[in-house]
Design a protein around this ligand. Structure first.
Ligand SMILES: *Cc1c(COP(=O)(O)O)cnc(C)c1O
Length: 716
């Protein structure tokens, strides 16, 4: 799943950009200083629209630009964006036509002028933005169907340069024969070159590109922004000084300014907000009306001197009213939309719901079991035990968790690419050809034995590692008795030893034999530590506990606790889960939909292999989930049960790859589209992942970690 979860900074900045647009149209500082106002409205505020375009580039255009020629890629996203924009444009036109008529705007308009208004100028002075968006995305999309990314970049750059000479640099060509003629001809078709052809494409492409590339060094980006901003300021004042500007939207330095600014905005992580996105659109659409309203009110109340003549108060009044009106519209829109049947967070066929509060509760419960100096290092391997690694890591980051462990390097890289901060330890083997990924993404690697330490060391660059000590599980780690070899690792100059750990393999049981073994493992571990200390080697960060270690052996607490299953609110078995149910709460629910309900008459069979035969007239339902989604096939033939409308329905016949048939005879009113709960609560009833594990003859860990990749994960 790839939703716009983590782009809250962009959403916040949209609001700032909208307020800058209002500034362009009200000149807040005009009463005080013409130069200051020029700086604010003709330079600073000029970042607003390119910013909006870059966001569109990132979310709408990148698929077309980066999937080997756009034609291989469904144009659904493009059309849905165009439709949405066209609707906003249509609404705006409807709002502003009366205003335009009142202002005498449309007197004596020719047919050509109408077309120009609709396609380029936008029928009211701020509405040019909507047709520019539509035209820009269409143009870039068209390019993507037959041009390489490089050619698209060049062409959109060339278009921008052409645009410059019709805008800020117009004075340079104004008196050049032929060329000025061409521009004059152009201006019959569009009033400005700041439009969907010459202005929008370059920012659409840049937005898409920047969002796809590695984040560069922070300081460099901030430096770049400051420098390019100085440049644009110098550029604009110079152009004004020589009176070259026909219009003042397009500058050369605007390009680097936007690149650096966007880099910076992408580095912050914050939950996205559809509310803010809608809010800004409405601020943008409505603010010219509010300018008229403020003028009208000023006149009526004889307050023109204050409300209009003082440019700053004027700006504040217009902004206040615009925001208020936009808030009202957005709020009522949201309410209307969320009313009927809006409780399912997903429209997918089958999905996982992540209970954020449960996760938080578990984090707090586990922290309570640990002393303050011990940090959680949650295991978010195997897609966070099926819960969705990006999503879980992001939530944990926000709860202040800053260390994670994963099974393999690819899992670590993926988290980094999603912007996850903090330490990430790779617990398993990484092929030497992939050591560069460890280095590049700042991942810590487990030293799985002495010979592997040699390989890590010969990579040539410093790698951060945790040494695994095998104290009896005999899976990974250097054997605890080989203290000399462990010491040798300290002498390897490319290993930066950050940690030392072991893994307990029987801490889940208090059976005497297992308890003894766990104590033996701990003793072995501490023997290694003491030996290192004795020989004068520094002791790095230590850790031994996983979930059961934390719960059953609290005395073994060190610097980290590698909690996995407990964090997700269950333990491996039903009995253990039962024992800790007051502190831990399940995080995951698994849901699907009823696809189809039908009769099954006596003697008829259902499903593959005719495994089920009706002995009475039944109602059965096909659910949109199967074993490929992680619902175990061993629950076929009446073993599994699901919940629909608070009632239980048994699985009948064999579970298929993508569907499951259940008996809904006893449940009144079941219909296509209803939600079926496979794990979680429905009405008074609940099915736990433990129930599934017991019936499938396995542990919860396996059920969870095999949840299908095609399930959408949503946070509730
Ligand atoms: C998976 C794993 C963990 C987490 O185990 P849980 O029992 O799920 O808490 C901890 N340490 C290592 C080495 C692991 O492989």
């Amino acid at each position: 799943m790839e939703t716009k979860q983590n782009y809250g900074i962009l959403d916040n900045f949209r609001v700032a950009a909208a307020l800058l647009v209002i500034a362009i149209h009200t000149s807040p500082l005009m009463s005080f200083s013409v130069d200051a106002d020029f700086f604010l409205t003709r330079i600073l505020a000029r970042i607003a629209v390119p910013f909006f375009l870059m966001v569109t580039g990132q979310f709408v255009m990148s698929d077309y630009l980066f999937n080997k020629k756009g034609r291989n890629c469904s144009s659904k996203k493009l059309w849905s964006y165009i439709k949405k924009t066209a609707i906003f444009y249509g609404i705006s036109i409807a709002i502003y036509i009366p205003v335009g008529i009142y202002a005498g705007h449309y007197k004596d308009m020719t047919g050509a002028a109408v077309v120009r208004e609709l396609l380029f100028d936008g029928t009211f002075y701020h509405l040019w933005y909507f047709p520019a968006c539509i035209m820009g995305v269409l143009l870039v999309y068209l390019m993507s169907t037959f041009m390489s990314l490089q050619s698209i970049m060049i062409l959109s750059g060339v278009l921008y340069v052409i645009g410059l000479f019709g805008d800020s640099y117009y004075g340079l060509i104004k008196n050049v024969p032929v060329i000025s003629g061409i521009y004059e001809f152009g201006f019959q078709i569009f009033s400005y070159t700041r439009n969907g052809i010459f202005f929008a494409p370059v920012f659409l492409v840049l937005g898409a590109m920047i969002s796809r590339k590695e984040a560069p060094k922070k300081n460099a980006v901030y430096g770049g922004l400051v420098l390019s901003f100085l440049l644009i300021t110098a550029e604009a004042f110079t152009l004004r000084y020589f009176d070259l500007q026909r219009h003042d939207s397009m500058y050369i330095a605007l390009i680097p300014v936007m690149i650096f600014l966007y880099e910076i905005l992408l580095q912050g992580k914050k939950r996205s907000s559809a509310f803010l996105r809608n809010l800004t659109t409405w601020i943008y659409i409505l603010h010219p009306i509010m300018i008229i309203v403020v003028r009208g009110v000023g006149k009526a109340l004889h307050l023109t001197v204050i409300l209009v003549d003082n440019s700053l108060i004027h700006y504040i009044a217009v902004t206040g009213l615009s925001v208020l009106a936009a808030l009202l519209i957005t709020y009522f829109n949201g309410r209307r939309r969320s009313r009927p049947g809006g409780n399912d967070p997903s429209r997918d066929r089958a999905w996982i719901e992540i209970d954020r509060n449960a996760l938080k509760k578990n984090v707090e419960a586990l922290r309570k079991e640990l002393p303050a100096q011990c940090r959680l290092m949650p295991a978010i391997k195997a897609d966070a035990y099926g819960h969705g690694a990006d999503l879980i890591a992001r939530e944990l980051n926000q709860m202040g968790v800053d260390a994670f462990c994963v099974a393999c390097v690819a899992e670590g890289v993926r988290l980094r690419r999603k912007g996850i901060k903090g330490e990430i330890l790779v617990l398993g083997y990484t092929h030497p050809d992939q050591f560069y990924l460890l280095y590049h993404y700042h991942l810590r690697q487990t030293v799985i034995d002495f010979s592997y330490a040699l390989k890590l060391n010969s990579y040539g660059k410093k790698l951060h590692v945790h040494i695994g000590i095998d104290t009896g599980m005999h899976r990974l780690g250097e054997r605890s008795e080989n203290i000399d070899l462990i010491c040798k690792m300290y002498q390897m100059k490319n290993l930066k030893i950050d940690g030392l750990f072991t893994h307990l393999c029987a801490a889940d049981s208090f059976e005497e034999k297992k308890q003894e073994f766990t104590n033996f493992q701990a003793d072995e571990f501490y023997r290694v530590i003491h030996e290192l200390e004795k020989r004068g080697y520094p002791v790095p960060k230590l850790h031994l506990q996983s979930s059961y270690g934390v719960l059953n052996y609290p005395e073994l607490t060190e610097d980290y606790a590698r909690v996995g299953i407990a964090l997700y609110g269950v333990l491996s078995t039903q009995e253990d889960t039962e024992e800790w149910k007051d502190s831990l709460e399940p995080v995951l629910a698994l849901k699907a939909r009823v696809a189809s309900v039908r009769d099954l008459y006596v003697g008829e069979t259902a499903g593959y292999g005719m495994q089920f035969t009706a002995d009475r007239h039944m109602k059965i339902a096909a659910l949109t989930i199967g074993y490929a989604d992680g619902y175990p096939r061993s629950l076929s033939n009446g073993v599994g049960v699901v919940l629909i409308n608070g009632c239980a329905a048994s699985v009948i016949g064999r579970i298929c790859m993508d569907q499951t048939i259940v008996d809904v005879s006893g449940i009144p009113g079941v219909k296509s589209g209803d939600v079926a709960v496979l794990i979680g609560r429905s009405g008074e009833m609940e099915i736990s992942v433990c129930d599934l594990a017991v019936k499938a003859g396995t542990i919860t860990n396996e059920i969870l970690s095999r949840m299908g990749t095609r399930l959408e994960r949503v946070v509730v």
